[in-house]
Design a protein around this ligand. Structure first.
Ligand SMILES: [Zn+2]
Length: 58
């Protein structure tokens, strides 16, 4: 499974919009992908080869 490829193609699970990308300004070691509607956020940590999901849907 190519985790990075899956991450790049990510969409919001609620509204299906393509997630916005925000690079960490201090440490570029991780990238934040988020829904512009505030539904969903995911942090990707390339050095750890993992990601952290935050589902903001209540
Ligand atoms: Zn959304």
């Amino acid at each position: 499974m190519n985790l990075l490829k899956l991450f790049i193609n990510e969409k919001c699970p609620k509204c299906n919009k393509t997630l916005e990308t925000k690079h960490s300004s201090i440490l570029s070691a991780f990238v934040i992908k988020y829904c512009s509607e505030g539904h969903y956020q995911k942090e990707f940590h390339p050095s750890l080869e993992t990601y952290i999901e935050t589902n903001k849907v209540s």
